[in-house]
Design a protein. Structure first.
Ligand code: SF4
Length: 128
């Protein structure tokens, strides 16, 4: 165990929408009993890509004692997910509705709202 940055989930705020599952490339998050959970500490690298997409502010980062991040554990988890046929939920650009299967999407926040925006629409968002 070591002290490191981990994703923290506020269960009171989590509504179980599942939007945070897809951005986690390591497969660390799953919905269990209607709430997002870090299913194994060694799968969470603490990068926080999930945080920007949470519509209810349930996600944050914290420093706490946890198992060290393990790339090997991520590989094993992803292989198990593939065997189960688990797939990500494709997200869509809030502006043009393009799927992440067509374009690269980035998470953006505006007035408390978490949105996905494709790289084509992002410049217009930045420059108006
Ligand atoms: S995006 Fe936020 S509210 Fe939705 S499941 Fe994840 S933590 Fe819960």
């Amino acid at each position: 165990m070591t002290s490191r940055t981990m994703v923290k989930i506020d269960e009171e705020l989590c509504n179980g929408c599942g939007l945070c599952i897809s951005p986690c490339a390591e497969g660390a998050l799953e919905i269990v009993d209607g709430k997002a959970r870090v299913i194994k500490d060694e799968l969470c690298d603490g990068a926080g890509f999930c945080i920007g997409v949470c519509p209810s502010g349930a996600l944050s980062l914290e420093n706490r004692e946890a198992e060290a991040f393990s790339e090997q554990a991520v590989i094993i988890k992803r292989e198990k997910d593939a065997e189960k046929g688990l797939k990500y939920i494709p997200q869509h650009c809030f502006s043009c509705n393009s799927s992440e299967e067509e374009k690269y999407l980035l998470p953006v926040k505006h007035k408390g709202e978490a949105l996905w925006c494709c790289t084509r629409c992002l410049p217009q968002l930045i420059h108006g």
